[in-house]
Design a protein. Structure first.
Ligand code: FAD
Length: 472
């Protein structure tokens, strides 16, 4: 047993043992390590984890706990205020240092800044590291020393700078002897009371081993088709790594260093969108609620609860939108192309504020990530960094025909339309009565009539945009 006082390694959104800077540095000191996770709901401010994220967190903590046990130690799990818990645990264990990997969301930054001071005031030594991103947002600036607001120059800059090496993974962790101070993971009550999440387990394997297996399978089977296939929801061409990345079960550094930029540029470019969103949220922390382009704070949204609800439930009458919303509810994810179409439909066709959609995604996405979700919604709504121009309005019929040409994806999630021929699958209201009858579709009865007409909604959205511009 080492003579040195123990170091607490506080796990947060870095639920892995490999390439974990806080853990690697603590182990390197030779001091005993006390691995800790604190479920600090209040510390998350307005953005405490949603239902789907809690499901993931439960299983990810189980996986981390097993992994740490296999290395010879044990994960202490507690719930409550991080600061009081850390101070108390240092006192009870004799630890004089606390190591963690930084998070870059506004509430986490506020809390960690206060906490660092409180620990230092108590004579303890806090140390934080970057384990979540390729580069710390503080180290990235454009030629004028300002944060990037446009993706392409950000990407060019990032691809030209070196990424650190993967850190060694501990072979063994000494037992610390304080296991009895923790609680059971079950006591956090993260799993939903409803049976809504029952299907998630057949699609996902939270935890470091699940992330590794998924990444290796993707490199073997999917990555070669990524550039051509990534826009097609029915093709198995994307990595599905986003929840694993969000919870830090695999690090972007591991991915970057295991792939070659020459060979895998399209995929690594997408990974850098994740960096870009973290960079934006770090520099523009109000964007979780407020549009980055402040002109949009005057946008004449229409607040219609029943329209927003039809969208949430996948009952808009637009099959590609409904397919995406139902996929989300059943599996906790939605393909990126369909996210863009469904989100655009809510903000442009239905004129509902993007914040309403972002809140629903926050609750139902397993990969719900404050930076990515905020950037995704603001991008779609036309008010974010490097956003699509507002007046470019996705046509939900054309998008379905183009990106789900066989209709397989849409038929899977909207089975009541499965019997319709391809020609009418994305616009059932245009199908002749005999075609509808042969397919067993009764519009307005077993599948909704379109909630709004596409051409009319398009004109209304453009008028709303023009009204906003008039008031500039
Ligand atoms: P891949 O295509 O395999 O990409 C690999 C990784 O790169 C992803 O896991 C992700 O970490 C990152 N990435 C890829 N595309 C993007 C992107 N456009 N923006 C940021 N990072 C990206 N992603 C989230 O992780 N969490 C969210 O809460 C989230 N909300 C979104 C909301 C909207 C309205 C939109 C349009 C997009 C949102 N995205 C979000 C981005 C994107 O849809 C997902 O990251 C992607 O679908 C995840 O699937 P994948 O892991 O197979 O991605």
């Amino acid at each position: 047993m080492s003579e040195q006082p123990p170091i607490i390694v506080w796990f947060r959104q870095d639920l892995r043992v490999a390439d974990n800077p806080a853990l690697a540095h603590a182990v390197q000191t030779g001091a005993p390590v006390i691995p800790l996770f604190v479920f600090d709901e209040e510390g998350e401010g307005k953005w405490a984890p949603g239902g789907a994220s809690r499901w993931w967190l439960h299983y990810s903590l189980e996986a981390l706990s097993d992994r740490i046990a296999a290395l010879g130690s044990s994960l202490i799990v507690l719930a409550g205020d991080s600061q009081s818990i850390l101070l108390e645990l240092c006192e009870r264990t004799g630890a004089n240092q606390v190591y963690w990997n930084r998070r870059y969301e506004p509430a986490a930054i506020d809390r960690d800044t206060r906490l660092k001071k409180a620990l230092a005031d108590a004579g303890l030594r806090p140390r934080s590291f970057n384990g979540a991103l390729l580069h710390s947002p503080l180290q990235i600036a454009n030629k004028s020393g300002k944060p990037f607001r446009v993706f392409t120059p950000f990407w060019k800059h990032l691809r030209s700078i070196a990424v650190r090496e993967i850190l060694p993974e501990p072979k063994k962790l000494e037992s610390h002897g304080f296991e009895t101070l923790g609680s059971e993971i079950e006591s956090l009550e993260l799993l939903p009371k409803l049976d809504w999440a029952d299907g998630f387990g057949s699609v996902w394997t939270p935890g470091e081993a699940g992330a590794k297996a998924l990444f290796e399978g993707f490199v073997e089977r999917g990555i070669a088709r990524y550039a051509e296939g990534r826009d097609f929801p029915n093709e198995d061409a994307v990595s599905r790594l986003s929840p694993h990345l969000h919870f830090g079960e695999i690090s972007p550094v591991q991915i970057w260093r295991m792939l070659s930029l020459e060979e895998h540029e399209p995929f690594l470019r997408q990974l850098v969108w994740r960096e870009f969103s973290a960079h934006l949220l770090y520099h523009f922390p109000d964007t979780t609620e407020e549009p980055l382009n402040s002109a949009f704070s005057r946008f004449p949204w229409e607040f219609k609860g029943d329209w927003a609800e039809a969208w949430r439930r996948g009952r808009t009458g637009y099959p590609i939108v409904d397919a995406g919303m139902r996929e989300l509810w059943k599996t906790g994810t939605m393909h990126n192309r369909v996210r863009m179409v469904a989100a655009s439909f809510l903000v442009k066709h239905l004129l509902q504020p993007w914040q309403v959609g972002a809140a629903w995604f926050w609750d139902t996405l397993l990969d719900a990530d404050l930076a990515n979700n905020t950037m995704g919604w603001q991008w779609v709504a036309g008010c974010g960094a490097d956003a699509a121009p507002y007046f470019r309005i996705f046509n939900p019929i054309g998008q379905g025909e183009r990106f789900d040409p066989s209709g397989e994806y849409t038929r899977r999630w909207v089975p009541e339309l499965a019997g319709l021929p391809d020609k009418f699958l994305f616009k059932p209201w245009e199908a002749p009565a005999d075609v509808l009858e042969a397919a067993g579709v009764v519009l307005g009865v077993n599948y909704p009539l379109p909630i709004v007409s596409h051409p009319e909604a398009r004109v209304r959205a453009l008028e709303a945009y023009a009204r906003m511009k008039e008031n500039e």
